[in-house]
Ligand binder design. Structure first.
Ligand SMILES: C[S@@+](CC[C@H](N)C(=O)[O-])C[C@H]1O[C@@H](n2cnc3c(N)ncnc32)[C@H](O)[C@@H]1O
Ligand code: SF4
Length: 420
C-alpha cells in the first residue's frame, strides 16, 4: 500500500505539555509520556526528532500503521476525518515524502495544546462547576521550544486553553521571531479573540503567522455570549474586523483570518446566516460538529447534533450542500468531515437508533465534582447551597438578563430570570 490516510506518523507530534509531557502522533491516539521532560525542553527540536524516531511505542504504532493496521494496531480512530476521507477518496500520503536525507523521519508539524488555562469558560469546553480542571499544570518552558521549532522551519498549530493568556508568553515569542532574521516556519493560532488588542494584532501582522483562527460559533451576540461564557461579542468581533482591516491596509495577503464554528443544536438552524456574514466581511470559516469534550461532557451530550430530529438533520444537510454549491468545496468554508457526520446521523435515525455522539480522541471525562446530594450527606451545606443556586439560576442567566443586572435594572433582571 503506497498511500496512507494522514502524514502524522511520519511528520507530526501532538504535544500536550502538562505535569507530564505527552508526545503522540495525533489527538486520537493514546498518550505517550516522556520520562525526562526537563531534558526534552533543553534539547528542543533535536530532542523531539530523536524521540520521534526512537521511542519504542511510537515505532510500534508507526510499523502497525505502515502495515495498514490503522485502527487495531496503530490506535487510529474510525471517526478520524483523514481516515474517512482516505477511505472514500483514496487520496493519501506517502512516507517516502517525509524522510530526511539520513533516512529518518523529520518532525515538520506540532499540534501544541497549551492550557487548559483560559480566561473564559465556554459551556462545551471548560465546566469548572461540575468538573475538576487541572489549571496551572502546563509547563511554560514549552513556548521556548515552540519558538525554536518555528524559527528552524517547523509549523505549529497552537491551541489551548487560550494561547494569548499572558502567562504563556506568546506575545513575547512573536516579538522575538518578528525581530529575528531567517525565521523559516510559521504558526497557525486558535484563539478566543479576547486578547487580540492592537499590540497583539501588530505582532501577528509582523510575525510568522500563517493563520489566525478565532472561535465564533455564531454571530448573534446573545447566543455567542451564552455559549462562550465570559467572552464579549462586541470586543471579539471588533478585534476580528480590525485585524482584517489592518492586514488589508498593509497590503498583506496573510495571515488568513478564519472563524471557527462548532455546530450544535443551538446554532445549526442559522448556520447559513453565520457563514454568509463571515464571508461578507471577507473572512473564512471552518465548521466542525460539537464533540464530546473532556471537561464538559454533559453539555456536549445534551447539545451535540445527535440530539436533532431527522427533519432538523436533513435541513442542516441541505444547508451544507447549499454552502458547498455556492462557495465550492475548497473555498472560504472548511467542512472538516461535518457532511459525512451529518450523513451518518441521518442514516442512524432512519434505522431507528438515536445516532452516535461525535467523539474526539478517547472521549474520556475529567473527574466529576461532588453532587449536591453528596455534599449535603457530608454536611457541606454552604457549597451545596451555592451549587444548588448556581444550577437553578445559572442556566437562566442569558445575555440580556446579565446586561439588565449589570445596568442595575434588578427588577427587570429578576423578572427575566423567571421568564427564562
Ligand atoms: C479548545 S479551543 C482553544 C483555543 C482558543 N481558546 C479558542 O477558543 O479558540 C480550540 C477550538 O476547539 C473548539 N472546541 C472546544 N470544545 C469543543 C467541543 N466540545 N466541540 C467542538 N469544538 C470544540 C473551540 O470552539 C475552539 O474553536
Ligand atoms: S473553547 Fe477556547 S476560549 Fe472557550 S473555554 Fe475552551 S479554551 Fe477557553
Amino acid at each position: 500500500m503506497k498511500n496512507y490516510p494522514c502524514p502524522a506518523p511520519f511528520s507530526q507530534l501532538y504535544v500536550l505539555p502538562r505535569t507530564m509531557l505527552d508526545l503522540r502522533f495525533c489527538s486520537y491516539h493514546q498518550p505517550v509520556f516522556v520520562n525526562d521532560q526537563k531534558k526534552m525542553y533543553e534539547e528542543g527540536t533535536k530532542g523531539l526528532n530523536h524521540f520521534f524516531n526512537t521511542n519504542r511505542e511510537l515505532i510500534r504504532r508507526r510499523e502497525e500503521y505502515l502495515k495498514g493496521n490503522f485502527i487495531e494496531g496503530a490506535g487510529c480512530s474510525p471517526d478520524c476525518f483523514w481516515y474517512c476521507k482516505w477511505k472514500t477518496s483514496g487520496e493519501g500520503f506517502s512516507p517516502d515524502d517525509y524522510k530526511s536525507d539520513s533516512g529518518d523521519y523529520l518532525v515538520r508539524k506540532l499540534w501544541l495544546t497549551i492550557g487548559p488555562d483560559c480566561n473564559i469558560f465556554c459551556r462545551y469546553c471548560l465546566d469548572p462547576k461540575e468538573f475538576h480542571i487541572d489549571y496551572n499544570t502546563c509547563d511554560l518552558q514549552v513556548m521556548d521550544l515552540a519558538r525554536d521549532f518555528v524559527a528552524q522551519g517547523g509549523e505549529i498549530l497552537l491551541t489551548g486553553g487560550e494561547p494569548f493568556l499572558p502567562k504563556f508568553k506568546l506575545s513575547q515569542v512573536l516579538e522575538q521571531l518578528s525581530n529575528s532574521e531567517d525565521v523559516k516556519g510559521e504558526f497557525e493560532i486558535h484563539t478566543n479573540g479576547m486578547f487580540l488588542n492592537e499590540r497583539n494584532r501588530d505582532l501577528i501582522l509582523r510575525g510568522p503567522v500563517r493563520s489566525v483562527d478565532i472561535s465564533m460559533d455564531t454571530l448573534r451576540k446573545d447566543l455567542f455570549e451564552y455559549l462562550r461564557k465570559g467572552a464579549d461579542f462586541d470586543k471579539v468581533w471588533g478585534n476580528v474586523l480590525s485585524l482584517k482591516k489592518e492586514r488589508d491596509q498593509l497590503g498583506l495577503k496573510r495571515p488568513r483570518i478564519m472563524l471557527l464554528c462548532a455546530v450544535m443544536t443551538d446554532n445549526y438552524s442559522h448556520l447559513v446566516e453565520t457563514v454568509e456574514k463571515a464571508i461578507g466581511e471577507g473572512l473564512m470559516i471552518s465548521l466542525n460538529a460539537l464533540f464530546k469534550a473532556y471537561y464538559s461532557p454533559d453539555f456536549s451530550g445534551a447539545h451535540g447534533l445527535h440530539n436533532l430530529e431527522i427533519q432538523e438533520l436533513r435541513k442542516l444537510y441541505d444547508d451544507i450542500l447549499y454552502l458547498e454549491e455556492t462557495y465550492g468545496p475548497t473555498g472560504p468554508v472548511h467542512y472538516h468531515g461535518i457532511k459525512g457526520q451529518v450523513e451518518n446521523l441521518i442514516e442512524s435515525k432512519e434505522s431507528g437508533s438515536k445516532g452516535p455522539q461525535v467523539v474526539l480522541g478517547d472521549g474520556g471525562e475529567a473527574k466529576r465534582k461532588a453532587s449536591v446530594k453528596t455534599l449535603i450527606s457530608r454536611g457541606k451545606f454552604k457549597p451545596a447551597f451555592m451549587k444548588l443556586a448556581r444550577n437553578t439560576i445559572g442556566p437562566r442567566l442569558r445575555g440580556n438578563t446579565i446586561s439588565l443586572l449589570r445596568q442595575g435594572k434588578i427588577k427587570e433582571g429578576i423578572l427575566n430570570i423567571f421568564r427564562n
